[in-house]
Design a protein around this ligand. Structure first.
Ligand code: KG4
Ligand code: ZN
Length: 349
């Protein structure tokens, strides 16, 4: 008999459930929450209420599609950290209740570790040790992964995450939340060399995106006449809007080019320092077409073996929690019912 894991993801604004048998994903269901769009970001209280409404139908559908019943499940995996505490609590309580009712072990999963292990879902997997650039709305990390349950962060952002840089730029451009996919879409028709945004000079393998955000803010306030750090307000709101409307594709392409170059330069440095050539990307921003292209091209140039999870496993999903749960199950890495979700948590182990 194989190992059957039911996984639950509720760290932010997506409610997910998945079933996997021996590391093979049989179902992966996600309920997105449109309620946050009009607020320009995730509202924690609304997110946890929506999780409460979604969790039963999402788990039910994941089980139905997999063809497995609750009684067939060997263990329940859930996202313990990091995330919004109210959101995490809904998934954690649900997983604990199932564990108690079914008398099945409980597995606590770190969401960021799971993003990395999403690269182990496909049949063609990276070999250990591999590097993973994890880029999401809340995190930007370079992870050295030595085994499914042994990984450490060797570089990370000291301020904003890459996804935040995309989303905040989109907000400055008047685009709805989350703006990352829209910047990607408009960038496709733009000239990435038209506007130059600065690359921060950060030592080592860490990232910084807050300076880029400020330079974009001033650039737009000055209607494109200057992108230096000057607090001069030259353009009227109408002039600014006119400038954005007339140059949207080029602005998006130029911003995307800079975000991607910041990410790729650090990833190249990490590969050079570690001598590792099996390299992955993960997290919601790995859906970005500019990043995917640069990643593949750099990999070809430098002789890397490159891996990108299928699109549905890049953004938040429960399949990545299930695959991580599977590897933890093999290690007998279970937790007791008094485990608590944590809004912040590292995972060096
Ligand atoms: O991993 P994820 O689904 O959720 C978090 O754990 O944060 O990542 C969401 C982030 C958002 O910032 C979103 O704008 C960004 O991923 N994103 C993209 C694209 N698709 C999603 N950013 C740029 N280009 C995209 N195509
Ligand atoms: Zn995520």
């Amino acid at each position: 008999m194989g190992v059957t894991i039911l996984a639950i993801e509720s760290s932010c604004d997506d409610t997910g459930a998945a079933v996997c048998v021996d590391g093979k994903i049989l179902s992966n269901i996600i309920a997105n929450q449109a309620v946050h769009e009009k607020y320009g970001g995730v509202v924690p209280e609304l997110a946890s209420r929506a999780h409460l409404q979604n969790i039963v139908p999402v788990v039910d559908t994941a089980l139905k599609i997999s063809g497995y019943a609750l009684t067939d499940i060997d263990a329940i995996a859930f996202t313990q950290a990091p995330g919004l505490i109210g959101s995490l609590l809904v998934g954690a309580q649900f997983a604990k209740s199932l564990s108690l009712a079914l008398n099945k072990p409980l597995i606590a999963v770190n969401h960021m570790q799971a993003h990395v292990l999403a690269n182990l879902i496909a049949t063609e997997k990276p070999t250990f040790p591999f590097l993973c650039l994890t880029v999401s709305g809340g995190h930007t990390q370079i992870v050295l992964c030595e085994a499914p349950t042994k990984m450490k962060v060797i570089g990370e952002t000291i301020d904003d995450a890459a996804g935040e840089a995309f989303d905040k730029t989109a907000k400055l451009l008047g685009l709805p939340y989350p703006g990352g996919p829209l910047i990607d879409k408009y960038a496709a028709g733009g000239n990435a060399k038209r506007f130059q945004f600065p690359e921060p000079k950060i030592e080592g393998l860490n990232f910084s995106f807050s300076g880029l955000k400020t330079s974009i803010l001033y650039f737009l306030q000055n209607a494109g006449t200057s992108n230096v750090f000057k607090e001069i307000f030259m353009a009227s709101p109408e002039e600014k809007q006119q400038f954005i409307d007339g140059n949207l594709a080029d602005i998006c392409a130029s911003v995307q080019y800079r975000i991607v170059s910041i990410l790729m330069n650090k990833l190249k440095k990490a590969a050079q320092q570690t001598g590792i050539t099996d390299i992955c990307i993960a997290g919601g921003v790995s859906a970005n077409s500019g990043l995917r292209k640069a990643f593949k091209e750099t990999g070809d140039q430098l002789g890397w073996k490159t891996f990108i999870p299928a699109f549905e496993y890049c953004t938040d999903n429960a399949a990545m929690i299930a695959i991580t749960g599977y590897y933890k199950f093999l290690q007998n890495d279970f937790v007791s019912l008094d485990v608590s979700p944590m809004p912040r948590a590292g995972f060096d182990n």
